[in-house]
Design a protein around this ligand. Structure first.
Ligand code: ADP
Ligand code: MG
Length: 702
């Protein structure tokens, strides 16, 4: 077990971080690089050469033989191609080399990455460019390979973004610029930069590898397409924060160590609500780094799980009828000198700066609820949003009583007051009085103000967090831009501030909802308020190609209309492809596993009935079961044929949107219907004849 001392030594030991750079780089080089990192000043090849050499020496000392430009294509996963440091010498040997040019730029063939029509095959060239704001690090694998991993952005030959990082970096600049304008207008001249900070809480499942390997649906889709409910689900609420089983705890310890080595501040770990479900939360960081780290977290979870004979499932809904997984994306804005712009302080009612930033968020979330929804759309999340465990597909903000009260008064042009610190008496003399938070917790809101940050809870567990944060940054930038412009123009600042807040409350106050978001009443109420309720990925993605989105993204130079459109195409295609895989998997399992198993059972029953003919005992029960199983078998077979024909039709549709619609309305629907029969069969066929592990096996047997 790592001791406290070890942890401090271990943390960041595989990162070429600021401390290492200071130690290993000549002073001038270090200063030059910092200028690029902090202020975006161009990096000279001279500086790059020195940095590359120092990085290489450091990496080799730690056992590295290769380097890779690590990037995040639109698949939502990461990509890497490894190059050895070797360079041949005249005498037949090699030396280890790594130049500034190799550090700054790579040229992977881009033709096999999704581009949504941005890149014709004849322009297959793609470029990766070093993102020096996210530190390079070493990746180690179980075989002992150590690779110097350089975070990079990925774009096409013509400079169009083909990845998740590029728009994220652009959106960070946009929000920084506009937030700074607001601060300047308020008379605060000190900060040089505003940083979007994010702490993503990652939910996941662990199941025994033996079970996983016997389920084609988990292997190829990441979720179970079939499975009768286990007798016990999550109804006893005994898993959440429950004592962690030793086997899981061993996994979590290894995971912590892996993450700490890569400088990822894994902080919190606990059992989640569903059986076999867990969560890990790091300490927040700059969003770009948080996004990179979250990718590494997901990768490490999967790798470390295998070492423990477990498999980590990151899908949004691996098991029907119990909770799925999400990511709680905690987001705020901070100045480079450490001020959290969403910190209400003790008296939020007279904290103009806080109220302005809060108003900006209200305005932007209401105006662009559709974009936020689109940024969380994926086929997995369609199972989760609105499924009584996760926020519905309606975006609203939880503000808490005190802030809502303040905003309501300000909206009416009245004076507002803060409640000040209140204390909670537990009622036993030996227990201390606890200071109470200004906002209560509301676990049902998709977008909750939680003290000094917003927690966006719709983010899917398996996806990159880049997309949702691009949207958060850019919509905040727009509202802050408008606020800054008004403040810069006015001669009476305090009057203008009141007017801005009042207007925000009156125009956009409908976005605030503090009640239970899981109820039918809220769905009705939201409809009355005119808030969009977008159920499926296919519909949600349309928000990316509206006139409104195009203008917004172009204005802040985050994505061109063309780039946005390419993403729309890619995500729609991904949707269709994912459902296609699910359908093919279901067909295979039903044809080759479930139907044969049910047939075996019917023939066994038929044999018994035959044997009992003429015997004194009448085969009443056997006949009853046989008839039930045969009926389900016939029905399943019919639904299988219907699924096959729906699939054929969907495959033949050419246009991307129509194709996705066809998959959703026919293939996906048929799949659900087929599942009903198979799940019913599972409850009748003997355990030893059933070809795959059950929900009870996977969720409870460790
Ligand atoms: P919960 O009870 O919802 O799990 P935590 O207090 O554990 O909440 O925090 C959740 C996440 O929010 C952590 O990753 C934490 O670092 C992050 N967080 C805290 N403050 C900020 C902030 N100012 N900006 C972004 N994330 C933050
Ligand atoms: Mg949380």
């Amino acid at each position: 077990m790592a001791t406290t001392q070890d942890v401090a030594q271990l943390f960041g030991s595989n990162v070429f971080n600021d401390r290492t750079m200071k130690e290993r780089l000549p002073k001038d080089t270090y200063k030059g690089l910092r200028k690029t990192i902090e202020r975006g000043e161009p990096l000279t090849l001279e500086v790059a050469n020195v940095v590359a050499n120092a990085m290489k020496d450091w990496a080799i000392e730690k056992g590295a033989t290769h380097y890779t430009h690590w990037f995040q294509p639109l698949t939502g996963k990461t990509a890497e191609k490894h190059d050895a440091f070797i360079s041949p010498t005249a005498d037949g040997g090699v030396i280890m080399e790594f130049s500034g040019k190799q550090l700054i730029q790579g040229e992977p063939d881009a033709s096999s990455f999704p581009s949504g029509g941005l890149r014709a095959t004849f322009e297959a060239r793609g470029y990766t460019g070093w993102d020096c704001t996210s530190p390079a690090f070493l990746k180690e694998d179980a075989a002992g390979n150590v690779t110097l991993t350089i975070p990079t952005a990925f774009c096409s030959y013509t400079g169009q973004a083909l990845d998740k990082k590029t728009p994220l970096l652009r959106s960070m600049e946009a929000v920084s610029k506009q937030a700074l304008r607001v601060l300047r207008a308020l008379g605060n001249k000190t900060p040089k930069k505003v940083i979007a900070t994010v702490g993503p809480e990652q939910e996941y499942f662990l199941i025994d590898k033996e079970y996983y390997l016997r389920r084609l649906d988990l292997i190829s889709c990441g979720r179970t397409l079939f499975g009768a409910p286990s007798p016990k689900g999550q109804e006893l609420e005994d898993q959440y924060f429950g004592s962690i089983k030793d086997r899981i705890s061993a996994f979590m310890r290894d995971l912590d160590i892996e993450l700490w080595k890569m400088g990822i501040s894994a902080k919190t770990k606990h059992n989640e609500v569903a059986p076999a479900q867990y969560e890990m939360a790091p300490i927040f960081s700059t969003v770009n780094i948080a996004a990179d780290h979250n990718q590494l977290v997901m990768e490490a979870m999967q790798k470390v799980a295998l070492r423990h004979g477990l498999v980590c499932l990151l899908h949004e809904k691996p098991f029907a009828r119990i909770n799925g997984s999400g990511k709680h994306n905690n987001w705020s804005l901070a100045t480079d000198d450490g001020m959290n712009l969403l910190e209400p302080g003790k008296t939020p009612h007279d904290n103009e700066q806080f109220l302005l930033f809060l108003s900006a968020l209200m305005i932007s979330v209401d105006k662009h609820a559709d974009l936020l929804r689109a940024s969380t759309a994926n086929p997995g999340n369609d199972h989760r949003l609105g499924a009584n465990e996760a926020p519905p597909a309606i975006i609203s903000i939880f503000m808490g009583e005190e802030l809502t009260d303040i905003l309501t008064h300000l909206g009416k042009g009245e004076k507002a007051t803060s409640r000040g610190q209140s204390y909670l008496r537990i009622g036993a003399d030996t227990l201390p009085d606890l200071p109470k938070d200004n906002t209560d917790r509301n676990r049902t809101s998709p977008f909750a103000f939680t003290g000094n940050k917003f927690e966006f809870r719709m983010v899917p567990s398996s996806a990159s967090i880049a997309g949702p944060n691009v949207v958060l940054n850019i919509i905040a930038a727009e509202a802050l831009d408008e606020i800054a412009t008004r403040l810069e123009k006015t001669s009476n600042k305090s009057k203008e501030i009141s007017a801005i807040i009042k207007e925000a409350v009156n125009k956009h106050g409908r976005i605030i909802f503090n009640g239970n978001n899981y109820t039918e009443d809220w769905v009705k109420e939201a409809k009355k308020r005119g808030l969009p309720n977008i159920q499926s990925t296919v519909e949600a993605l349309k928000a990316l190609v509206t006139e409104k989105a195009g203008k917004l993204f172009e204005k802040y130079k985050v994505l061109t209309k063309e780039e946005l459109h390419s993403r729309y195409e890619v995500y729609l295609e991904q949707y269709a492809k994912q459902i296609n895989i699910e359908a093919l998997t279901a067909i295979e399992m039903v044809k080759r596993q479930y139907i044969p198993a049910a047939i075996c059972y019917t023939s066994r029953l038929a044999k018994t009935i035959q044997q009992l003919k003429g015997a004194a005992a009448p085969a009443v029960v056997q006949k009853e079961i046989l008839s039930k199983v045969s009926d389900l078998l016939a029905s399943a077979n019919k639904k299988l044929a219907a699924l096959e024909s729906a699939l054929k039709k969907a495959q033949s549709v050419g246009e991307t949107y129509a194709k996705a619609v066809c998959y959703r309305d026919t293939v996906f629907k048929q799949l659900g219907e087929l599942r009903e029969d198979i799940d019913a069969l599972e409850t009748l066929v003997p355990t030893e004849m059933w070809p795959v592990p059950s929900y009870a096996d996977m969720l409870f047997k460790f």
